[in-house]
Ligand binder design. Structure first.
Ligand SMILES: Nc1ncnc2c1ncn2[C@@H]1O[C@H](COP(=O)(O)OP(=O)(O)OP(=O)(O)O)[C@@H](O)[C@H]1O
Length: 374
């Protein structure tokens, strides 16, 4: 195994070595079998390949004792990841050859593809029924437009029981900004339950069983929350997802709120940033396909200078814009919030209004409808 182009300075190597960790020179001598067995792990298990199994690496809490900066830690993580990809190429080749699928099989699978409702009929309509499972959907917009509200709504709606037309699943919420407010989540859960109970449920079987689950506490208990306070933690959580989801197979959505926050500050090495982001994106795509779950990435906006003027665009640059299957942009149209399908391989670009209410995301009630309801 060869590991080349390692951008770690001698002083950084010395710092790691003196702390008893595997240095890059010793790392380059490690065989792929050792990597697979986890023998790369050092006395204090700075990077422990066995923690997440073959091909998966994770930062452990010991990082804090080591006093190694995030950048140094990331360099090592990158090196180990590159090595693991190298050692896994044979296995990947075998998977590709064995995994050929006919277009007909794919179409049949598509027909069974599930959607998670947004609780806004107009928005669901332009999304082809809601947020699609097996796909990565990026949702971006200016502060206060309702990205977090939509993320919370989806984490609740994914739990709507099958008898009520939902998926009866669970959610993972990765919070990088600290904007996940449990009181608000409780309120949105109450709103969702209220709407379900208002449905004509006589057609549904096992109604009593469903009713037992209809409590906001149950909805909150089914959201696995991860708080990521730095980009290294964010990457570590995302690396850990495959293992976590394989142990919690009822997870049907992963919400990342937001992908941008830690990557917009303190990043001098833009090439490293691009590499990390694309690695993260490909992991999320794989996760969505492998476990038939929806990945929703919330993103912020930034200004871009094009054609002689500044225009609003989603953050993280042009290379990131290829990372997601679908992209939805939230914006203000007068006093109304609108969502626009900016990019999708299967949906027409169109927009729809939505509202953020005390119960969560809902349809915009037009004046005519409001009069009829009165
Ligand atoms: N209980 C509520 N009732 C009605 N509207 C609410 C309620 N809670 C939040 N909102 C609306 O949601 C908006 C905040 O939305 P949200 O936090 O999702 O924005 P965001 O796009 O995630 O912003 P940021 O990028 O700053 O995180 C508020 O400005 C308010 O209009």
């Amino acid at each position: 195994m060869e590991v080349s182009g390692l951008p770690l300075s001698p002083s950084q190597r010395a710092k790691l070595a003196s702390a008893g960790y595997t240095t890059l020179s010793s790392l380059s001598a490690v065989s792929s079998q050792q990597l697979a067995r986890g023998t790369l792990a050092t006395t204090r298990h700075f990077i422990n390949p066995s923690f997440l199994g073959f091909h998966r690496f994770q930062f452990l809490p010991a990082r804090a004792d080591l006093n190694v900066s995030n950048e140094e830690a990331l360099v090592i993580l990158n090196v180990v990841m590159r090595s693991s990809r190298f050692s896994g190429s044979d296995r990947a080749g075998a998977c590709i050859v064995a995994g050929a699928q006919s277009a007909w099989d794919m179409l049949c699978e598509e027909e069974h593809n599930k959607h998670i409702t947004t609780s806004c009929g107009d928005l669901d309509k332009i999304l082809g029924g809601g947020i699609s499972c097996k796909e990565v959907t990026e949702i971006g917009g200016i502060p206060g437009i309702g990205k977090t509200q939509l993320g919370i709504q989806l984490a609740i709606n994914v739990q709507i029981p099958v008898g009520y037309g939902g998926l009866g699943g669970k959610a993972i919420y990765i919070d990088t900004e600290g904007s996940f407010m449990v009181e608000r989540v409780f309120q949105v859960a109450e709103g969702c339950i209220e709407d379900m109970l208002r449905l004509n449920v006589s057609q549904f079987k096992n109604l009593e069983t469903h009713k037992e689950k209809m409590h906001p506490n149950t909805f909150l208990a089914n959201i696995f929350y991860f708080r990521a306070c730095s980009y290294t933690e964010q990457i570590a959580v995302i690396n850990h997802l495959e293992k976590f989801v394989s142990e919690h197979k009822d997870v049907r959505i992963v919400v990342i709120d937001s992908v941008t926050f830690h990557f917009r500050q303190d990043f001098d090495d833009m090439a490293l940033r691009t590499r990390l982001l694309s690695g993260m994106a490909s992991k999320l795509m794989k996760l969505a396909k492998q476990f038939s779950l929806a990945v929703v990435i919330l993103n912020q906006v930034t200004m871009k200078f094009t054609d002689g003027s500044f225009q609003l665009t989603l953050a993280l640059g042009d290379s990131w814009s290829h990372a997601c299957t679908n992209r939805v942009i939230l914006y203000w149209n007068g006093n109304e919030r609108h969502a626009y399908i900016d990019k999708s391989p299967s949906l027409r670009s169109q927009s729809a209004p939505y509202a953020v209410t005390s119960k969560g995301i809902r349809d915009v009630v037009s004046n005519c409808k409001r009069i009829r309801m009165m």
